[in-house]
Design a protein around this ligand. Structure first.
Ligand SMILES: Nc1nc2c(ncn2[C@@H]2O[C@H](COP(=O)(O)OP(=O)(O)O)[C@@H](O)[C@H]2O)c(=O)[nH]1
Ligand SMILES: [Mg+2]
Length: 291
């Protein structure tokens, strides 16, 4: 029986969460066009007759010194230390940049357990040739696969390799598990995904979701959730509520629909907006949100 923890790393928006959701055939990790959607190490569990692979989705590695980004980088570094294998996802639609160099430096200590996925191979305009040349210098020993997390192309071959090089071991989780996230965290992530798809620019980064209550009602048939979209400024609160409350209503209904698919209850979501000024400078809140 094969069994491994695999850290999935790469630049923001390279397609890590999309790939993990495809591998596990479940929406485990939220996805959006906005960079740094993933803020926590999210575990996604793949099971088959050969064994169990536990993928750790990580926030994108982005070169910057801001406190918010430092937390994200810490998440990546601690993920690397915990794992058996490292899956490095590269977006072939972008030229290799400063981040690529830095990731190669960090992963050089893990070279014998590194697998590289050149992702978004479905896109016609790509830098596959340039990236391969870059990797020949920076990560010579790594195995490289061309894949698309979106269409599934090449993902089977990648999985065969990961199962092949994974160590022998026992299962860490029961076979029916595909994630180990707490229900409260999953609910907050789904609500955050719906919210960030409707707003632009700085708001996705200025937003977090607080679940203030989760309660089973009607003899365990109904799950009642009260949540807050928390933003940094009054002006952002106005945008999240929208004219006549239309924006918050749309987000609430979209989130409620998906929560209904995920949880085995009829979900009722009560969603509100509030302001928490400068929360991204608040260390104790950051360590709670990014735990
Ligand atoms: N064309 C194409 N787009 C993709 C692919 N994988 C992900 N994307 C898109 O890239 C964006 C970022 O994806 P996401 O999984 O959130 O990236 P992450 O930040 O690395 O987790 C989203 O708009 C995805 O739909 C792929 O294989 N092909
Ligand atoms: Mg992600």
């Amino acid at each position: 029986m094969k069994s491994a923890f695999i850290a999935v790393i790469g630049r923001p928006s390279s397609g890590k969460s999309t790939l993990i959701n495809r591998i596990c055939r479940q929406k485990v990790s939220i996805v959006s066009t906005s960079p740094q959607t993933t803020r926590n190490k999210i575990r996604a569990i793949y099971n088959d007759s050969e064994g169990q692979l536990v993928f750790i989705d990580t926030p994108g590695y982005h070169v910057s010194d801001k406190k918010f980004n430092l937390y994200l980088k810490e998440q990546v570094k601690s993920a690397l230390e915990e794992v058996d294998l490292v899956l490095y996802v590269i977006d072939v639609t972008r030229k290799p940049g400063e981040e690529e160099g830095e990731i190669c430096r960090i992963t050089s200590a893990f070279a014998d357990k590194l697998v590289i996925a050149l992702n978004k191979i479905d896109e016609k305009n790509n830098y596959v040739v340039e990236i391969r040349k870059f990797l020949e210098e920076e990560a010579r020993t790594a195995k490289i696969f061309e894949i698309s997390g979106l269409t599934g192309a090449g993902v089977g071959e990648l999985m065969d390799e990961l199962l092949d090089i994974a160590p022998e071991g026992v299962k860490f989780y029961p076979e029916e598990y595909y994630t180990d996230q707490e229900p409260e965290f999953r609910a907050s992530e789904i609500i955050r995904e719906k919210a960030i798809t409707h707003v632009r620019q700085e708001i996705p980064h200025a937003l977090y979701v607080e679940i203030s209550d989760m309660e089973l009602q009607q003899e365990g048939q109904k799950l009642w959730i009260r949540a807050f979209l928390v933003v940094e400024r009054e002006s952002q609160k106005g945008i999240m509520i929208g004219r006549g409350g239309r924006m918050i209503r749309t987000i609430r209904l979209e989130a409620q629909e998906e929560l209904n698919q995920i949880f085995p209850y009829v979900v009722h979501l009560d969603l509100r907006v509030k302001v928490n000024p400068r929360w991204r400078k608040n260390n104790s809140l950051l360590s709670k949100l990014f735990k």
